[in-house]
Design a protein around this ligand. Structure first.
Ligand code: ADE
Length: 421
């Protein structure tokens, strides 16, 4: 095997990475079935895929699946802090995959790595947050001509892509993996729910039970975080701007209030809104001394850290992934993972059994693009419902769960209008 082009931290970490990838793969049963079929059918033979994803053990298993289908791969990180350096080593050394990602890379290196992936002239893009597509639509527009389609993993990325499609500037079709039910209802809710709390606990080692835990945003991710915090015994407050979601949070049993009020009472704060400056200086200043603040949204824009930084008389890296800001009023605020997504910066991201479904959608979406791209326009497309349902069916089988099927009489009734009172 020739050594692929790469920029990684330390190739000697390959054994550790390979063992961790095997561990993750054990609960990725749907992706495993796809990998076995891909090996036989080679549906991605010689297709060049450029991927910009969180480089985790689960992503590694997705890469192995696409490679089994015949694809040629180049991978970079979709966040400067989410890369697992042992995984990059295993992918390069053992699988021969080009990887450009180093945990803690600076802004320039992050974009240099995206450009290295684009240098491989991908025909399919696979994004988590739409940074790869965004560079293709600005500095590298010529390379967009090679692209037959892309996939997008996350809510924030899909919002960006829809805005591009609406403004008629999108240069190729993209499948929104995030919109598949087997993705957002499970990954965003249960995955973010568990991994965010995991990041908070790993970085702080604080007790959640009995604490006041503020969750900003009650979309799928916020719901999962609130539910997990409640499950550990926290008293949970939800902050929302959308009246329907706020009502839902209230009826799910959470306290709902504006951030200005929640700021005064919370012990932990986690943002998951997808919007900018959700927690600002006036809120930091009113927090209790020792408040712990983290973000679980895609970009590091939800906490106004520039304002906090300016107002602080002192900053101190007090533990791995914890920055202490001392305000002029003497209060200390603790920010986790530099305000980047705490579940990947301070933990390992979502557990593999939930990423199994997200990445099964990714693999099948890529196959769908290869088969159908000639019929697509420059728009954002959903994952076909048959694929979504099939992933749910296979996941249930892997969990040993059987379900009923409709009787012919029930089937007929559901399509009729004659029967009434
Ligand atoms: N996003 C959230 N968790 C992830 C994981 N474990 N791998 C890749 N992307 C993720």
């Amino acid at each position: 095997m020739t050594r692929p082009l790469c920029d990684i931290k330390d190739p000697s970490l390959a054994k550790k990475g390979a063992d961790r990838i095997e561990w993750a793969a054990k609960t990725m049963s749907v992706l495993h079935l796809i990998k076995e079929r891909f090996k036989k059918e080679q549906p991605l033979k010689n297709i060049r895929i450029g991927a910009c994803l969180h480089v985790t053990t689960e992503t590694a298993e997705l890469m192995r699946t696409l490679q089994a289908g015949g694809a040629q791969l180049a991978l970079c990180a979709s966040n400067p802090l989410s890369t697992q350096d042992d995984v990059t080593a295993a992918l390069v050394e053992n699988e021969g995959i080009s990887v450009f990602a180093i945990k803690g890379e600076d802004h320039d290196t992050y974009y240099k790595h995206i450009n290295f992936v684009l240098d491989t002239k991908p025909q399919i893009t696979m994004d988590d947050g739409a940074d790869l597509v965004s560079v293709l639509h600005s500095d590298r527009r010529k390379d967009a001509a090679n692209v037959i389609g892309g996939t997008e993993e996350t809510t924030t990325g899909v919002i960006r892509l829809r805005s591009m499609a609406q403004q008629k500037v999108l240069l190729f079709p993209v499948i929104s993996v995030n919109d598949a039910k087997t993705k957002h209802m499970f990954d965003n809710r249960y995955g973010t729910g568990q991994s965010t709390i995991d990041g908070v606990i790993r970085s702080t080692n604080r007790l959640i039970a009995g604490s006041i835990f503020v969750v900003c945003g009650y979309g799928w991710c916020g719901q999962g975080i609130a539910r997990s915090a409640k499950g550990l015994g926290a008293r949970v407050i939800v902050v929302e701007v959308n009246p329907i979601r706020a009502l839902e949070a209230a009826m799910d049993g959470f306290n709902v209030m504006p951030i200005a009020e929640a700021a005064k009472v919370g012990d932990f704060f986690v943002t998951a809104t997808g919007d900018i400056s959700v927690i600002r200086l006036e809120h930091f200043q009113n927090m209790k001394d020792g408040a712990i603040v983290a973000n679980s949204g895609h970009f590091n824009v939800e906490l106004a850290l520039n304002e906090l930084e300016k107002a602080a008389s002192k900053t101190n890296r007090i533990r791995d992934q914890i920055e202490e800001y001392t305000l002029k009023n003497g209060k200390r605020i603790y920010v986790l993972g530099e305000g980047r997504l705490v579940n990947l910066a301070a933990a390992e991201g979502h557990p593999s059994s939930v990423m199994d479904m997200s990445f099964a959608n990714q693999a099948l979406a890529v196959e769908h693009i290869v088969k159908k791209h000639k019929t697509f326009h420059k728009e954002v497309y959903p994952v076909p419902e048959v694929i979504d349902n099939e992933i749910a069916r296979l996941k249930l089988i892997s969990m040993g769960i059987n379900i009923d099927i409709l009787t012919p009489e029930q089937e007929k009734y559901l399509h009729s209008w004659e029967h009434g009172t």
